[in-house]
Design a protein around this ligand. Structure first.
Ligand code: NAI
Length: 387
């Protein structure tokens, strides 16, 4: 159980780039990072518009002298201080991730960068090399991956409760962009522009979240072949897709199906995953994250809930309240941020941190998956060897 007591000697001093007023995801980063006193937010370049960014930072009670015009100024000025930032959170549109992360690592800062980490595998590999060279953590934030019932699913697969894994059915398909909302929504506009979003829309925007859940739950499964078909139902979004179907074959003979879509009309909560083994299946849905369905062939369906005594101990470590307290995405992110802080602290003190968290390799693997999907889709939805 997590009672919010400190895990480090003192909070890690962190700055933020992006995530300003009107930004979709900045608030959840701030809440997750500061929730358990693992990080202290003391500086920022929050907005593409520096004035609006400063005004926003003042409203977060940040010292005005530590609100900067852009990330370059923030990294340079903070470096001159004895109490300068030690880490940075990057929550800008995708096209800035590579250049800001690179600059941050070169300035010896730990980084939590939004997904997708980069546009290309080559760029992600460069960042991995830089993070190793500077001995700094580069982490990323895949939604719900830090949530307890995902850990329970991982432990069940590990302990053989399902038997050999045969099928992974993954869906992240919402309906919020079934028409061209980007005409009047700034947060969607850049997502359908290849210069700002990268080589894909829904594959990189949402597909990689549920892909990461599958990788965390079934870490032994490696993709060997993949085929992807992608479409732009709202024609003005081409060449970027608003719908994509990926089929992948794994090293153990299992198959995976991943539907990424923002045109799934009527779907309000789009993410779910079902793992089918030879003996039993488990299924998890975003709209009731505290529950995991466990279906043994020939027995009545069981619904397991977070915090219960029958869960594996690893799935109870991050509980933040009694069993009947409903939790969700904020808790998942706070759990991830707690691990990020411990990983940063460990590497800075010559120690190792053993628990998993979405690290630079996971950011890289997500970019690799997008690159393979795009290659297959743009090659007539053909089967390709996964590279
Ligand atoms: P948004 O468009 O709503 O907000 C972007 C923010 O970045 C705005 O505050 C904007 O002013 C700021 N910004 C833009 N250029 C900047 C610059 N040069 N310097 C400083 N700030 C700048 O975007 P949203 O939806 O918040 O997405 C941001 C990132 O987070 C994207 O990479 C997206 O893929 C990712 N994301 C991740 C989610 C997750 O669950 N992990 C969920 C939603 C978004």
């Amino acid at each position: 159980m997590n009672y919010g007591e400190k895990k480090l000697d003192r909070p890690i001093r962190v700055g933020m780039v992006g995530g300003g007023r009107g930004g979709q995801i900045g608030y959840i980063h701030r809440m997750a990072a500061t929730r358990d006193f693992n990080f202290q937010l003391i500086a920022g370049a929050f907005d593409v518009n520096p004035e609006r960014g400063r005004d926003f930072g003042i409203n977060l009670h940040i010292d005005p002298s530590r609100l900067y015009d852009d990330y370059k100024e923030m990294f340079a000025k903070e470096k001159e201080r004895d109490d300068g930032i030690e880490a940075v959170i990057i929550a800008t549109p995708n096209y800035l991730h590579y250049e800001i992360t690179k600059a941050a690592l070169e300035n010896d800062l730990h980084v939590v960068c939004e997904k997708p980490m980069t546009f290309t595998v080559k760029e992600a590999e460069d960042l991995k090399e830089l993070s190793e060279k500077h001995k700094k953590i580069l982490a990323t934030t895949f939604a719900y991956s830090g949530y307890q019932m995902i850990e329970q699913a991982r432990q069940m697969v590990k302990h053989g409760d399902l038997g050999d894994i045969r099928v992974i059915n993954m869906v992240y398909a919402h309906g919020y962009h079934n028409v061209a909302v980007e005409k009047h929504n700034a947060s969607t506009k850049w997502r359908v522009d290849p210069k700002m979003a990268g080589p894909s829309y829904v594959l990189g925007d949402i597909g990689i979240h549920v892909l990461y859940l599958s990788r965390i739950i079934c870490p032994e499964l490696k993709i060997k072949k993949l085929m992807c078909s992608r479409q732009s139902f709202v024609k003005s979004r081409a060449p970027l897709e608003d719908n994509a179907m990926t089929i992948q074959k794994y090293n153990n003979g299992a198959v995976g199906y991943l539907w990424s879509s923002c045109v799934n009309s009527g779907s309000m909560y789009g993410m779910k995953i079902r793992i089918v083994g030879e003996k039993a299946s488990i299924e998890w849905h975003e709209d009731h994250p505290y529950a995991l369905s466990y279906e043994v062939q020939g027995e009545p369906q069981k619904i397991m809930v977070k915090g219960a005594d029958y869960l594996y101990p690893e799935a109870r470590e991050d509980d933040r309240g009694a069993t009947d307290v409903v939790e969700g995405l904020f808790e998942s992110w706070a759990n991830l941020y707690s691990r990020f802080a411990q990983a940063m602290y460990a590497i800075d003190h010559g120690k190792t941190y053993d628990k998993w968290y979405p690290n630079v390799n996971d950011g890289l693997e997500a970019v690799r998956w997008i690159e393979n999907c795009v290659k297959s889709a743009d090659n007539g939805a053909s089967w390709i060897d996964y590279k």
